[in-house]
Design a protein around this ligand. Structure first.
Ligand SMILES: [Zn+2]
Length: 135
């Protein structure tokens, strides 16, 4: 939109100047206003993208929390965690940012502790044994 409006306004100004409608001072003021609006528009677009990214991240983290809850439910019935998202009743759940499946690992570590880990492929975070990587 920004790139579309400016050429039109500039064309109007050039046309007006050629017809003698505006003084050079008035044109200078209008040009400054256009530049100011362009800067404002760019900042608003940055804020919008930032808000969209935060919303996507929050949905992704909510997904991982739900998967983690389902791991606990699964464990209570099977005395082990699973890496299969279908076993958790969450088939098709993906990160909303990249639309890729979560990386789920589970098993027994070298100290003999049973664990599970859920990781977002787009770096929105990770949950290890119920503990999220974010605050
Ligand atoms: Zn994600």
């Amino acid at each position: 939109m920004r790139n579309f409006i400016s050429p039109i306004l500039v064309s109007i100004i050039i046309f007006s100047v050629s017809c003698g409608f505006y003084s050079e001072e008035e044109i200078s003021i209008m040009t400054q206003k256009i530049e100011s609006l362009e800067e404002e528009n760019a900042l608003l677009q940055e804020e919008l993208i930032s808000a969209q990214n935060a919303a996507t991240r929050d949905i992704c983290r909510a997904n991982m929390r739900t998967i983690a809850s389902q791991e606990v439910v699964y464990f209570s019935a099977n005395t082990e965690f699973t890496t299969n998202i279908d076993d958790l009743g969450m088939t098709g759940i993906v990160c909303p940012g990249c639309n890729e499946e979560y990386n789920i690992t589970a098993g027994t570590d070298s100290y003999g502790f049973i664990y599970y880990s859920i990781t977002c492929p787009e770096l929105h975070g990770r949950i290890n044994n119920g503990l999220p990587s974010w605050r």
